[in-house]
Design a protein around this ligand. Structure first.
Ligand SMILES: NC(=O)c1ccc[n+]([C@@H]2O[C@H](COP(=O)([O-])OP(=O)(O)OC[C@H]3O[C@@H](n4cnc5c(N)ncnc54)[C@H](OP(=O)(O)O)[C@@H]3O)[C@@H](O)[C@H]2O)c1
Length: 253
């Protein structure tokens, strides 16, 4: 199959392109780096010509409320219109478990807008909701840092390795459209503050993580289970300790 990966040079996208190629598919990485820009439409018709599936794993360069909403609305609108013109039969998008519960956050309002455009388009689709990537722990800390202190709520989180996210998106991409959402999550639950404390310690990051039930997550108030998947989620393989061992060996003492 010809599968175009929008954001194919990013964290998930580059892993997805490799995995699809290993399985014999024609995987095309599309991003500004490769001459395809979903915001302007540049290079889209050429990239999508003859494509069976388009997978959107792009992300906004800015998480500022207005910028991120503009990014997902504009790029998703352009992409779906180009797919309709090219006769693409399956649109796959990566989004986040709990997105619908996080509308206090500008980033998640943008992901909700992206998902709504997909649901109301004419293209058969599948939305993959993944939990937070282990690779994203530092960004969670950065967004919650004031001075040298990281304030996070002690809510439950079930994070997963980016490699397992790419595997899950790959499986969905080569299957039939589900015209709905599937969830994928990691094999263990943690308290958000403890996970980030352990993640920072493993990187020798000296920031102090403070447990604060009122702390917001990218602008949203979290309840105990806001970030958790539902009962039907697929559970990925890689455990946090194994990922730390594989990923951070050179920085650990
Ligand atoms: N972080 C998490 O824990 C988490 C959890 C679940 C789901 N997700 C979702 O996963 C998705 C991918 O995240 P990621 O961390 O893999 O992203 P990433 O590494 O930041 O990569 C973003 C990609 O988007 C591309 N891009 C940016 N602007 C573009 C444009 N105008 N046109 C086409 N492509 C453009 C970038 O291309 P260039 O490199 O050329 O700029 C890059 O390939 C996001 O939608 C996010 O919501 C994230």
């Amino acid at each position: 199959m010809k599968i175009v990966i929008i954001g194919g040079t990013g964290l998930i996208g580059s892993k997805l392109v490799s995995k699809l190629r290993e399985h014999g598919h024609q995987a095309v990485a599309a991003s500004p780096d490769t001459g395809v820009n979903t915001l302007t439409g540049q290079g889209l018709p050429e990239a999508l010509a003859g494509a069976d599936v388009v997978v959107d794993v792009s992300n906004s360069p800015s998480f500022e409320d207005t910028a991120v909403l503009k990014f997902f609305e504009t790029s998703t609108g352009n992409l779906l219109a180009a797919e309709a013109a090219a006769g693409v039969g399956h649109h796959v998008a990566l989004s986040v478990v709990g997105t619908e519960r996080l509308s206090e956050s500008g980033y998640f309002r943008a992901k909700i807008a992206q998902e709504n455009l997909i649901r109301k388009s004419s293209i058969p689709y599948s939305i993959v909701h993944a939990t937070q990537f282990f690779e994203f722990i530092k960004s969670i800390a950065d967004a919650a840092t004031v001075g040298t202190t990281v304030r996070l709520a002690p809510v439950l989180i079930q994070p997963m390795a980016a490699d397992d996210v790419a595997k899950a998106v790959g499986r969905v991409s080569v299957g039939s459209p589900i015209n709905g959402t599937v969830e994928v999550a990691g094999p263990q639950q943690f308290r958000l503050d403890e996970l980030v404390r352990d993640g920072l310690r493993a990187r020798n990051d000296p920031r102090e993580v403070v447990r604060d039930p009122e702390a917001r997550y990218f602008g949203a108030k979290l309840a105990e289970r806001t970030l958790l998947p539902g009962d039907g989620a697929s559970i990925a393989e890689t455990r946090f300790e194994a990922w730390l061992d594989q990923t951070l060996v050179p920085t650990r003492t």
